[in-house]
Design a protein around this ligand. Structure first.
Ligand code: AMP
Ligand code: GLY
Length: 431
């Protein structure tokens, strides 16, 4: 099979790494990719959202399957673009239709969808510019902290959680009256604050059948002890110790199955990943959000744990044969630690030479924001390298990632040294 992966992050490197091991693979391309993906296949200088460019490349290179990494092309309708094109319609796309991608593309849509299908989620109301006054009044009926969500895609920054009513009112006004997030905040979802521990469960579906993939927890804040600004994710672990078989069963019965049935009932075509962002509230799952793709850096711990040939799984997604495939998962614990650029998630510099990559051992090094400059690997983004390790215990896995985090070096390198520590403490309390 000839495969094209769209995207340029650690998630896409993890896909490329796994797909390059498939016995079904002939040629692998990544558009645009990074320095790491070029070790698994051929990078192509086309943006993941340049549909015409992708079409030309797919046609000229006899691509059989396109694996879509990020949400942007999905929300813009790459699936429909392919399926409505006489020339492209038979090419497999791993990712939902434009309608399905609304689960991530519109918070309002996804909340309404959850309510329609009785999927547990926080109580909410949606407001726009014309109903700003009602929104301000609604805030008065809630207790702090307040959760305000821009309806559309806002590069991961669209959720604000003010602690006081005054701040919440100011924020709502900024979002609705002053378009703080542009068109993405033309509508704002206000919802109840959920108390609990967050985790993510991933579902791969062919539209009829599904597989529940390993769960993961990511570390969103920049600072150790979960303080400071939100990032794309500073590290991840899988499995999640507090998400035992009982809890995952609840997620399957109360969230995954009703979600898939809901999509079918509404005639929404969905062949790809559903990322379910959850709060574990005293053992009861509540949905925080859906994403229409895999998480990053969650992919860097989930995909290495999957032993089944990834292209076989994807082929089964495309042909609606997922029920005929056995999903095999590595029982060991996987952890990933993200090395980031100094200053991230605010302004940071790029083009710093990365050294020590060849000196690492016992970890898989996934590139996120890197590129080749001649033969040098240099930084090219906020999140630079994800270091994934396996262990029979979390201590063992984290220990390996941390060792290699010291070995890899570049100017102003930053990373969290406490990835997994909270979970290890929880485990100690339990035993
Ligand atoms: P989202 O972009 O929807 O993932 O939201 C960003 C982050 O805000 C989530 O990862 C949670 O940590 C937090 N969050 C979102 N909704 C809620 C909620 N209803 N209660 C508590 N925290 C929330
Ligand atoms: N790590 C969170 C996300 O991919 O959205």
């Amino acid at each position: 099979m000839n495969v094209l992966i769209l995207g340029n992050g650690g998630r896409e490197h993890a896909f490329a790494y796994k797909i390059s091991q498939s016995k079904k693979l002939e040629n692998l391309y990544i558009a645009p990719g990074n320095a790491g993906t070029s070790l698994c296949g051929t990078n192509v200088d086309i943006s993941a959202s340049d549909f015409e460019g992708i079409k030309n490349f797919v046609w000229k290179n006899n691509i059989d399957m396109v694996v879509v990494g990020p949400e942007d092309p999905l929300v813009k309708g790459i699936y429909d673009f392919f399926k409505n094109d006489e020339v492209l319609k038979d090419i497999a796309i791993i990712g939902p239709s434009k309608a399905g991608a609304q689960l991530e593309g519109s918070k309002d849509f996804s909340k309404e969808f959850m309510i329609r299908h009785k999927i547990p989620t926080a109580r909410y109301q949606t407001f726009n510019k014309d109903t700003l006054q009602e929104g301000l009044k609604f805030l008065e009926t809630l207790s702090p902290p307040y959760v305000l969500k821009a309806d559309g895609l806002a590069a991961g920054k669209g959720v604000v959680i003010p602690n006081t009513l005054d701040e919440a009112k100011k924020e709502l006004t900024e979002m609705l009256a002053h378009a703080k997030f542009g068109n993405a905040s033309a509508k704002v979802v206000i919802e109840e604050f959920l108390k609990g521990i967050e985790l993510s469960v991933f579902v791969l579906t062919d539209g009829k059948n599904y597989k529940i993939l390993p769960a993961a927890k990511d570390y969103k804040r920049i600072g150790e002890g979960d303080v400071g600004l939100n990032t794309g994710g500073m590290g991840a672990v899988s499995p999640v110790p507090f998400a035992d078989a009982d809890f995952i069963k609840k997620v399957e019965e109360r969230v995954a199955i009703p979600t898939l049935k809901g999509l079918q009932q509404e005639g929404i075509v969905y062949k790809g990943f559903i990322f379910i962002g959850l709060m574990n509230c005293d053992g009861e799952p509540q949905v925080i959000e859906y994403n229409c793709r895999m998480g990053d850096p969650e992919t860097e711990v989930v995909i290495p744990r999957i032993k089944t040939d990834l292209l076989e799984l994807f082929e089964a997604v495309a042909t609606e044969n997922l029920h005929n495939i056995k999903l095999e998962v590595d029982e060991r614990i996987a952890t990933t630690v993200m090395l980031v650029s100094g200053g991230y998630p605010e302004d940071y510099e790029k083009n710093k030479t990365i050294t020590g990559l060849d000196k690492t051992h016992d970890s898989i090094i996934f590139h996120a924001g890197t590129k080749l400059d001649g033969t040098n690997v240099v930084t090219n983004g906020g999140r630079v390298i994800a270091i994934t390790s396996f262990g029979n215990s979390m201590e063992e896995a984290i220990g390996k990632s941390m060792k290699n985090a010291e070995i890899i070096s570049y100017d102003k390198k930053n990373y969290r040294k406490d990835i997994g520590q909270d979970l290890m403490k929880l485990e100690k309390v339990k035993h």
